[in-house]
Ligand binder design. Structure first.
Ligand SMILES: [Zn+2]
Length: 65
């Protein structure tokens, strides 16, 4: 009998669909928003989990500034 303390299957990383959607949202924010922070709750189109998207400052990937 397995010990109850062995909590297998506890997922701490995002599902692939959520990670993809988060990347899309971050890209959209990076392209379309000029003021930060941006905080959004977006339902994942794959699994319907609500993703909390939070960007506190302009991403440094924007090299054209
Ligand atoms: Zn998902």
């Amino acid at each position: 009998m397995a010990k109850a303390s062995e909590r297998k299957g506890v997922r701490t990383e995002e599902l692939e669909c959520c990670a993809a959607e988060r990347r899309r949202q971050l890209e959209s924010i990076r392209l379309n928003f000029v003021t930060f922070p941006v905080i959004r709750s977006v339902p994942c189109p794959g699994c319907k989990l609500v993703l909390k998207i939070r960007v506190y400052e302009r991403p440094t990937a924007d090299a054209t500034a």
